[in-house]
Design a protein around this ligand. Structure first.
Ligand code: AHM
Ligand code: MG
Length: 325
């Protein structure tokens, strides 16, 4: 945590000092800065909520077949415009947009971003924590980006970011081998370094799953969760970013399995599972579908769903072993 006696570093300071040199030289900070700008807009809307007219739904259905909340639409606008206009992103894809947005094939636009602009949007109307999640990739060559070249396994990410809009607003950035957190200072309006080199604690504090779905789980998953229930307390916010952030800082495991009604589960591989599993792995944790490391899954569709089990590596392993029994 930040030491009140020392000057607190900004997001730009820390990324410039700690991110891999080839990313810094290629404008990685520009991409993270664009995410931070969008997050400040979403934070402003979230804090004012009903006063800003962002509660409720738009009456429309997104490509996922889910009702679009007003803040989903506003968050999409905020991040699409900040990333499209930052000058370093060649293409982006977003949970709320059916089609990817292709910005520029110029070589000075080396990054690709896949994101969930407002995660946990069913919690907006009741003032419960929500988030935003971003997977960042580098182009492998100067060839035009297409929808097919956006389908990259999560292990190829060069960085991932999430923002949690909770009792404070915290932006977490992961690059190879390193995870840091930045708290939005309402006084200066800047994200300031508050969580240095985050490592998931070795002790798992809680498991996190929607127990209401138990009746639809396969017997092996029922047995695996019964095993967790015997060993740990239960915490479930119902906003993935909030549940994940708690697990990252306190130790824990989050599960959204497939079941008999939804074999692929609910969460999206590209926008949710990949970036959060990348963060987890850089912090010493692990993420799996139950049979395969999430970051090794080869996506076939932009909006593909996946079962997700992520958190403390030993507990993830314990669940995988139970599922295989
Ligand atoms: P969203 O991205 O459309 O908000 O949906 C994803 C959310 C996650 O934040 C959360 O983990 C999950 O859906 C909760 O689902 P459920 O209400 O079925 O437990
Ligand atoms: Mg989501």
């Amino acid at each position: 945590m930040a030491d009140a006696g020392n000057a607190v570093q900004t997001l730009a300071d820390v990324i410039a000092e700690t991110a891999p040199a080839e990313l810094v030289g290629d404008g990685f900070l520009t991409v993270v800065g664009a995410i931070a700008d969008g997050a400040k807009r979403v934070d402003g809307l979230t804090r004012r909520a009903a006063l800003a007219g962002v509660l409720g739904d738009t009456g429309e259905m997104n490509v996922q077949g889910e009702i679009v909340q007003v803040l989903d639409a506003a968050g999409t606008d905020a991040f699409v415009s900040s990333l499209r206009d930052c000058g370093a992103v060649a293409a982006l894809a977003c949970e709320e947009l059916e089609e990817a947005v292709f910005v520029s094939d110029a070589a000075d636009h080396p990054y690709i971003a896949l994101f969930d602009p407002v995660d946990g949007s069913s919690n907006i109307d009741v003032a419960v924590t929500i988030g935003s999640i971003f997977a960042i990739y580098k182009r492998t060559d100067d060839a035009p980006v297409t929808e097919t070249t956006l389908l990259r396994p999560g292990r190829e990410q060069c960085g991932a970011v999430y923002v949690v809009y909770g009792s404070s607003t915290v932006l977490v950035v992961a690059t190879e081998g390193r995870v840091d957190g930045f708290t939005l200072d309402p006084v200066s309006g800047e994200f300031l370094h508050s969580h240095n080199e985050i490592r998931i604690p070795s002790k798992c504090a809680a498991y996190s799953v929607n127990e209401g779905n138990q009746g639809n789980w396969h017997p092996e998953m029922q047995a695996a969760v019964a095993d967790l229930r015997d060993a740990y307390g239960l915490r479930y916010v119902g906003s993935l970013v909030a549940d994940f952030h708690r697990d990252l800082l306190k130790g824990g495991i989050f599960l959204y399995p497939g079941d008999v009604k939804s074999p692929a589960g609910k969460l999206r591989l590209g926008y949710e599972a990949n970036p959060l599993c990348y963060v987890a792995e850089q912090a010493g944790g692990a993420g799996t579908t139950g049979v395969e490391r999430i970051l090794d899954v080869q996506p076939e569709l932009l909006h593909q769903r996946t079962p997700l089990i992520v958190g403390n590596a030993d507990v993830v392993e314990r669940v995988v072993a139970k599922l295989a029994e």
